[in-house]
Design a protein around this ligand. Sequence first.
Ligand code: ADE
Ligand code: ZN
Length: 347
Amino acid sequence: MSFVVQTVAADRLPDLLRRMPKAELHIHIEGSLEPELIFSLATRNGIALPYADVAALRRAYAFTNLQSFLDIYYAGASVLITSQDFYDMTLAYLRKAASDNVVHAEIFFDPQTHTSRGVGMATVIDGLHRACVDAQAELGISASLIMCFLRHLSEEDAFETLEQAMPHRDHIIGIGLDSGEVGNPPEKFARVFARCRELGFHLVAHAGEEGPPAYVWTAIDVLKVERIDHGVQSSKDALLMQRLAKDRIALTVCPLSNLKLCVFPDLASHNLRELLDAGLAATVNSDDPAYFGGYINDNFTQTFAAGGLQAQYAYDLARNSFEASFSGAAAKRLHIDRLNECFETFR
Ligand code: ADE
Ligand code: ZN
């Protein structure tokens, strides 16, 4: 049932976007590492960075495409050594998210980035998980973990990673696929995703960020994912758009990421409205907020301002975020009731 939302004056929209409860479904926790935290963890762990200071590091954040970002993102993650480091990073993100009225977050992590440096899987997952537990108590935000395989590595490496994660499987809600997309199609990971499906994990994959619509098709039909991360290239394929709409396969769209990685030349050209108008279950998310100039509310406010989007789109995006989440039915109902209340009482 759709909920009809009154028009809101343009100068009041940012307040509504900030206040509305929302879920964040596409956040790489290593992409929440702010330069200040990178420097303080480097000092704590005795790691020398190839940048003089925070300002010099920030100046390096001028990306031309996904790979130019990934090179610096993996280097930034090298300061994470102890369970406490992973805890501090995650709690900092969850505090920021809660201040944006995120009431539920599904957090990606890239274990291979850490295990390949000799950091144990238990160290990584223990820190992330403890922060999720403490954030629930401190902030009332729920959070769960999605373990991503790096698609530039082999499927064999992904199988090994899955094996290492099995003792911690109760702390992992789903499996994702990220890193350099073009040349690493979803079907490269067909067997390991089939195994993860047998094991009962939820499945998602990055597809159609820079890669073609064909990658979105194989993510759906070969990997059998429940959501597509990004998926913005889907609008180049009318049949694919129909399929995504018909099966309510959500897209976790990240507008500021797309802007910073030059997927769209400016936010006014972003296709978020086109996706929603075609009946797709699109959501708005931050991807790697420390690198792309904004957290989830910055993504909402800047995209709405640039595209002239109205309050009905805000409601639909927030509602899609709850419906597409991997929360239980009762939690979803509660979140959607709060969302309705927010829109009913907003003046
Ligand atoms: N890892 C972190 N951010 C990513 C993105 N936007 N695309 C693919 N892999 C990523
Ligand atoms: Zn991403």
